[in-house]
Structure formats: structure tokens, C-alpha cells
Design a protein around this ligand. Structure first.
Ligand code: ADP
Ligand code: MG
Length: 413
């Protein structure tokens, strides 16, 4: 048994190090599809891994050769599909054939079986979040055929062989799934950090530009209003309100944006949550009526919270406006309170609007993410930032066609 440990470790090290090399040149990700160049590259690297494994077999009984060559084949086919899988299988078959011997064709058969079983699960593998499930199914099916073939054609294998060979194979297979998953996560985090870095430079530049644009816009708006009041020109009279509207919209986008990049001073004081919520509701009630939406407050207790009143109102306005806009025909918004964490109060804003899918939920709060033709996609991002500054937190729960519940958690006094 001890003499088996060494080749097993050699096999595992080969597979792991080649995986790292592959990731170094073409970082693994889940997003998007792999192009042909990458497929060929993954095919060649997995072939090298498989061939090196074959050079250090775990067990050579008579003229059979056992090693972990099918692990790279299974993994590459599951992750990257038929082209790299095919390349890898081809190399293994050629190598096994050239080693020759009485059982060469069994080796070839098993390679084909490995390719086909992993191929039949590759679509499921791609679509699923928990890779171990289709991985388990694929390896189970593969083992079933494998053991069947060995039982029929090679009769001198004993129990000890099965343990010494199949256990490392399964362990390596799952080790690779975990390793690749980790690598993908690290790659995606790195990408996001770079993206966020770029975004912040962009943000600072845009903030200064926004400021410069606002002043001339205000002048133009004033001039249009001035010209359109004292004029006989029909067209100017007709289109002036439209021009003013569009200018106001531009101004709104810039204001939203500036609020995000340069928020006003934060002054935390003790405030009555119920009063702030009710003030905000009465402010937005007319907009609600216009959209056939009733806004109800179910707050009972007078809680004192620590927050900036202006900022908290701004957040509530953003959230309630989104709720109103999510309701297409008619509906209602209910604002409730809940105590779930010590020292905090949860304010729940429930609407029965169109809701969001889990994909949409992931994007909410990202800059400029909007599904509205006149949206800015900045409201939620500002809200996140303001709530965070007040040492609070915010969560979304949503079901398409059912509605959305936003929970705002604020510290109590
Ligand atoms: P905007 O309101 O300008 O589109 P927001 O950042 O406020 O920008 O919202 C981003 C997007 O999130 C909206 O376009 C909408 O698709 C979605 N959203 C926000 N709140 C809700 C809600 N209560 N119900 C359904 N969708 C919502
Ligand atoms: Mg909004």
C-alpha cells in the first residue's frame, strides 16, 4: 500500500499545478462563454496533465495501467465542453495505444466512457450553482461503467485495488471542483476591485464635470422661460415647456449624482421615527394618489432613533417612490416596524408591485442600474450610502409579480 502513496501524490501534484498554470494564463470565470482559443488551450493543458499522470502510474498490474488521467479529462469536459474534452481524450487514447499491451483497448474504452459521461452532464454542470451535485452524478455514472468494464474484461483485480485506485480518484476530482471554484471566486473579486477602482476615479471626474454643467443649464433654462413668455412665435411657445422639462430632468440627474459623490454633512441626532415616517408619507401621498397607490403607516410605538433627519427622509422618499413606481395599476404600500436585532429597529416598506427576479435583485444599488425610461439608477445607491453612514443597514426581499419588501435597520437611542 505504501508504495502507492508516492505515485498518487505525484498524480495529484501534477493535476493541481497544471490547473494553477492554466488559471494564470486564462483566468477561470463563470461569466460568458469560452472562446475557441481558450478551449484549445484548456484542451492542450489538460492533455499534458493527463499524459504526465500516465507517466507516473499508480498501479501496473500485468499490462494494465492505472493513474488519475481521467480527472483532467472529466474536469475539462465538465467546465469547458466537447472541444477541450475531445482534445484531451484523443491524446490519452493515442498515448494508451502506444503503450500497447493486451488491455490497451480497455483503456481506450474507459477514456471514451469518461468523455461521454462528463459530456452528458456538462450542460447541467454549467447551469447549476452547486457544482458538486452534477459532479457527483457524473462521477457516479462514470464509476458504474468503469467498474462494469473492469469486472467483465479484467478479472484479476481485487478489493484492495479498487480502494487504492477509486478513493484517490474521487478525492482528487472533488478537490479540483473546490479548487477551481475558489480560483473563480478570487478572479471575480479581483475583477470587481479593479472595476470599483476605475469607477471611483470616474466618479470624481464626473462630479467636477457635473458641477460645471449645472450652471450653464440654469442660465439656459431661465433664458428659455424668459423668451417664451414675451413671444409671438408659436413654435417657441409650444416647445418651451418641453425644453424646460428636459433641462429639469438633466438637472435632476446631476443633483442625484452630486448627492451621491458629495453628500451633505451628516448630523446624527435623536429623532422620532414615527413622526419622520408620517411626514414623508404625507409628502408623497399626492404622488401615490396620482398612481392609484395608497400609502399606509402601521407604526404604533414612538421609537427614538439615532439618525440624520434630512438623510433619513431622503432615503424614505427614494424607497417609497420606487415602491410607487413598481405598482403598475393600483396597489398599496405598507410601512411597518419590527424588532429583530437588539439596539436596532427594522422599518419595513412593503409594496405589492411588480417585484424583481433574483437577477434584478443582484443589480439593485449598482450605479446607473435602472429599468425605467426616465430613471437615473442612482436612488438606491444613494439610499445605501446614506443608511450606511447612519450606521444602519438595508435589505431587499422580492418576488416577481408579488411585490417587494425593503427592510431598513436603524440604531435606536
Ligand atoms: P430608478 O428609480 O431611477 O430606476 P433606483 O436606484 O431607485 O433607480 O432603482 C433601480 C431599479 O431597481 C429600478 O429601476 C427598479 O427596476 C428596481 N426597483 C427598485 N425598487 C423596486 C421595488 N420596490 N419594486 C420593484 N423594483 C424596484
Ligand atoms: Mg428610484
Amino acid at each position: 500500500m505504501a508504495e502507492l502513496i508516492k505515485p498518487i501524490f505525484v498524480n495529484i501534484s501534477i493535476i493541481v499545478s497544471i490547473t494553477f498554470i492554466a488559471n494564470m494564463f486564462f483566468p477561470f470565470t463563470y461569466k460568458g462563454s469560452i472562446n475557441l482559443k481558450e478551449k484549445i488551450y484548456f484542451g492542450v493543458l489538460s492533455s499534458i496533465a493527463a499524459l504526465l499522470c500516465m507517466a507516473y502510474p499508480i498501479e501496473v498490474l500485468r499490462s494494465t495501467v492505472f493513474d488519475l488521467r481521467t480527472v483532467p479529462l472529466l474536469i475539462v469536459t465538465l467546465y469547458a465542453g466537447i472541444i477541450p474534452g475531445g482534445i484531451c481524450a484523443l491524446f490519452i487514447i493515442m498515448a494508451r495505444w502506444s503503450i500497447g499491451g493486451e488491455y490497451a483497448w480497455v483503456g481506450v474504452l474507459i477514456t471514451v466512457v469518461a468523455l461521454l459521461t462528463s459530456l452528458s452532464y456538462s450542460k447541467m454542470f454549467k447551469d447549476s450553482h452547486k457544482k458538486w451535485k452534477p459532479g457527483l452524478l457524473a462521477i457516479f455514472l462514470y464509476f458504474l461503467f468503469y467498474i462494469l468494464i473492469l469486472n467483465i474484461y479484467i478479472d484479476f483485480l481485487n478489493m484492495q485495488f479498487y480502494v487504492a485506485y477509486f478513493v484517490p480518484l474521487v478525492i482528487t476530482f472533488f478537490l479540483m471542483l473546490i479548487l477551481i471554484d475558489r480560483l473563480i471566486r478570487i478572479n471575480m473579486q479581483l475583477e470587481e476591485t479593479i472595476y470599483l477602482g476605475k469607477l471611483s476615479i470616474l466618479g470624481e471626474m464626473a462630479a467636477s464635470i457635473a458641477h460645471e454643467i449645472r450652471n450653464p443649464l440654469t442660465t439656459v433654462r431661465g433664458m428659455i422661460q424668459f423668451l417664451s413668455t414675451d413671444t409671438e412665435d408659436k413654435q417657441l411657445k409650444q416647445y418651451a415647456p418641453l425644453l424646460v422639462d428636459e433641462l429639469d430632468r438633466s438637472n435632476k440627474i446631476i443633483s442625484d449624482y452630486l448627492a451621491l459623490v458629495k453628500p451633505n454633512e451628516l448630523t446624527l441626532t435623536e429623532i422620532n421615527l414615527k413622526r419622520v415616517v408620517e411626514d414623508t408619507i404625507s409628502l408623497l401621498a399626492p404622488l401615490g394618489v396620482y398612481h392609484n397607490v395608497v400609502i399606509k403607516s402601521k407604526l404604533k410605538v414612538q421609537h427614538q432613533v439615532i439618525a440624520d433627519e434630512q438623510h433619513l427622509k431622503q432615503c424614505l422618499i427614494n424607497l417609497i417612490k420606487n415602491a410607487i413606481e413598481a405598482i403598475e395599476d393600483e396597489g398599496q404600500i405598507v410601512i411597518k416596524e419590527k424588532m429583530t436585532t437588539p439596539g436596532h429597529i427594522d422599518l419595513l416598506i412593503e409594496d405589492n408591485g411588480k417585484g424583481m427576479t433574483s437577477e434584478e435583485l443582484k443589480k439593485i444599488g449598482l450605479p446607473f442600474y435602472t429599468t425605467k425610461t426616465k430613471g437615473t439608477g442612482l436612488g438606491t445607491m444613494i439610499t445605501y450610502k446614506l443608511i450606511k453612514n447612519m450606521k444602519g443597514s438595508i435589505f431587499y426581499k422580492s418576488l416577481p409579480n408579488k411585490g417587494t419588501t425593503v427592510t431598513v435597520r436603524i440604531p435606536l437611542t
